[in-house]
Design a protein around this ligand. Structure first.
Ligand code: ZN
Length: 341
């Protein structure tokens, strides 16, 4: 009973602390009422393929895409180029929506749904080509229908201009009506080079070439949507005029549409202040609990390193076996093959 009585002042102290925090951090009224921040252009970037075998979920699909003779997997090159492109576009105040940002499997419909949900202005899927003849070369741009043709042509021209110096010839544009047929925005697939061509596969392993591919695609997007540059200047001017606005600098840089928005840090700070006061009051019990936990975890982790090491070795062996099999057998059908044929 005595403890309850002593806790009361701490709880009561939270109210004025919360009020002062709120008054100090609340944005001034004129900042939000004066004008709206110009909306950032939204561009959807789709790194093709993705995912790896998972012992814990053997039924989970995975799709490495083309695997070059060197072992280089298309899914890794597409993700690297996409992330480089994401940085270039973000620097131009574009809000980039990535259909995946790590090595995971994402279905075709989900990829387009992500772009549609974000109201993307343009959709760019990044791939690297394959063909039975290792002599096949060049950069090809695929498009689903007439509404995407101008974007495909612009991108093809830019790829030719920027990748020609690397020896990548233009393979032109090609209609693929089944690919991204439900797109509500101009949608294209860039097949930047052939991973089945030894010389182009070697280029794809070089960071400098991947940087050049990302730069070329960035150039194609800007050529298709020149208003991006104007919007960047408008956003910069608005941010300069509203330095205290919470969304002024962060709004354009969200990597994913599902990322939690930073609408206001105020409730978080108030909760942190209250939790902090309560923690101070209960510190003796917390220290005792932490010591007990540390004691327990020491006992548990004694066996873990070996278990982890064995799991890692088993997974690596399985990955090596899969890679070996993929190299010596005809390429397995993937979700993309369903669309090609
Ligand atoms: Zn592909």
């Amino acid at each position: 009973m005595r403890r309850r009585a002593t806790r009361l002042p701490y709880v009561l102290a939270c109210a004025p602390v919360a009020a002062i925090t709120a008054a100090t951090l609340a944005p001034p009224m004129h900042a939000t009422a004066a004008s709206q921040r110009p909306p950032a252009y939204v561009i959807a970037i789709d790194p093709g393929h993705g995912g790896r075998p998972d012992d814990a979920h053997p039924d989970q699909p995975f799709d490495p895409g083309v695997i070059a003779a060197s072992g280089l997997a298309e899914k890794d090159v597409t993700l690297d180029v996409a992330q480089r492109l994401q940085k270039l576009l973000t620097a131009q105040s574009v809000r980039v929506v990535m259909t995946r940002n790590d090595d995971r499997y994402v279905g075709i419909q989900t990829r387009m749904q992500i772009a549609t949900d974000a109201s993307a202005t343009l959709f760019v899927s990044i791939h690297f080509n394959s063909f039975t003849d290792p002599g096949a070369t060049g950069a090809l741009v695929l498009y689903p229908g007439d509404s995407s043709l101008p974007f495909a042509q612009t991108m093809s021209d830019t790829l030719q201009r920027d990748l020609g110096g690397w020896g990548i010839a233009s393979d032109g544009v090609q209609a693929k009506p089944d690919l991204w047929q439900h797109a509500t925005m101009p949608a294209i697939t860039v097949e930047a080079a052939y991973l089945t061509n030894p010389a182009e596969a070697e280029l794809c392993s070089r960071p400098a070439f991947r940087k050049a591919v990302a730069g070329a695609i960035d150039g194609g997007i800007l050529a298709q949507q020149p208003a991006i540059a104007t919007r960047k200047a408008e956003i910069a001017a608005w941010d300069a005029a509203h330095p205290g606005h919470a969304g002024a600098t962060a709004a354009a840089n969200r990597p994913l549409p599902s990322a939690p928005g930073e609408r206001s840090v105020l409730p978080v700070l108030v909760v942190m202040a209250i939790v902090g006061l309560l923690l101070m009051h209960q510190r003796r019990r917390l220290v005792a609990a932490a010591l007990a936990l540390a004691n327990l975890s020491e006992r548990v982790t004694e066996r873990r390193p070996r278990v982890r090491w064995q799991t890692r070795r088993r997974r690596a062996a399985r990955r090596r076996a899969l890679l070996e099999r993929a190299r010596h057998t005809p390429r397995r059908r993937t979700v993309y093959d369903e669309l090609w044929f």
